[in-house]
Design a protein around this ligand. Sequence first.
Ligand SMILES: [Ca+2]
Ligand SMILES: [Ca+2]
Ligand SMILES: [Ca+2]
Length: 495
Amino acid sequence: MDYQWFEPGTSRIDSGSLVRIGGKPVQLTINDPRFNEQWGLAKINAYDAWFITQGSPDITIAIIDTGVELAHDDLKQKVNTVDDYNFPANTDEANDESGHGTHVAGIVAAETNNQLGIAGVCPRCEILPLRVFDAPGQGAAIDNIANAIKYAADKEARVINLSLGYAADQACSQTLADAINYAYEKGVVIVAASGNACPVDVAFGRANFSVAYPARFDRVIAVGASNPNDTRASFSSYDAMLDLVAPGQGILSTYLNNSYKSLDGTSMASPMVAGVVGLMLSRDASLSPAKVAEILRTSVTDLGTSGFDQETGWGLLNASQALLTTVSNIADLPPAACPVPAEVPQAMADPQTDQLFTIYRSLRDTVLAQSALGQKYLAIYYEQAPTLASILLTHDDLRTRTATFLQNAADEFSALLPSSTQSVMLSQELYDEANALVRDLAGAGGSSFASDITTVWQELHLDAQVGSDVKSIWNDLQPDPPPSQSSVYLPVLIR
Ligand SMILES: [Ca+2]
Ligand SMILES: [Ca+2]
Ligand SMILES: [Ca+2]
């Protein structure tokens, strides 16, 4: 049976359930060829929701991220290219060089029923791309994120998606809190990722799962990731500050160079909620942020233990139920302010692993972040970090081997640091250990993870470099001049 793609308003709702038109079950034919791979849309009842509304171009959803690939065939009709902005570069074009923001944007509102790629949660909503991340693999300055939040509110975006953040045991930012209050008081609904476990922390058994900033603020809806089994995705951060979960594992969406990619992360769960909020506001533009949060809270599908629980919050996002739920007037939440009154366990530390962390952080900041090649590898690492964390959390042997490898390779990595004059040869033993580990990690992840990690490993050609000085290997690999230094970065990124 083929049915047309309904214009909004052609179907009716009665007493809380979908009406069958002409007494027959009505179907929407979604012709996006990869729609069937979008398990998350089925989980949140997006299909049922689209009988009620498919969204309105009057509702703008700001994506504060790495930018959006503006020319992507499944997005280009949907992006606002008048008001888009690149904050670190101070230019009026928020194109994406990393892929993350393009992926997030497709989840929210990819062009739907265009016989191409995927469908978006809010098919007719508008996307406003705001770029706050610098070069691929680099961070985002808090000032830029705060400015982007205020800018989105000034441009009358009704929803802001923040698939970014930093760990809850880092200092609370009042600048960020002020920007959130500014947008909230203008009626903007702010949705953010709860955070992902950091693989290096996981490897050493000291992962911090507390809900990250800015999701931690009450006025920001904190979204964790669920998996196809309706349980918390293993990498997904949670505590009493979590609001709800949405599908965030194996999520297919738009990606760089007009492509599509499947990724894991609370970064993928947050835009599911942002898209549903877009649908809610398309139906009733008068909803306040407080009302939206209350409707989301009361319309979820409960998971885990009955009622609120820390791992899945209120429960699983339910798009159609959210559109059928109404609430009476509800007061605004008190302003976001630092510190957030909630206990955050400090990461368990011991001097030996602290020393290793110092080496790997320096490697990230003073070596990898300083070259185009290093940035490319960092971007891939950030993107695949939730999958890597998930593998390490579920495979004890791989977790132990990763920690052992990071310990064994510390001398080699230290030799790469600018402060080092040490010459360290890459040994056959270390190469073999790394090779076996990469192979086994690749085998434990999905195809997108396996493909990324294998590609990087092959590109490094380390098999031909055994016996060479590790510093000269790296210098030979990256002839690019170092990029200019820029502002202060968030210490941990949810990506
Ligand atoms: Ca499409
Ligand atoms: Ca919150
Ligand atoms: Ca529950």
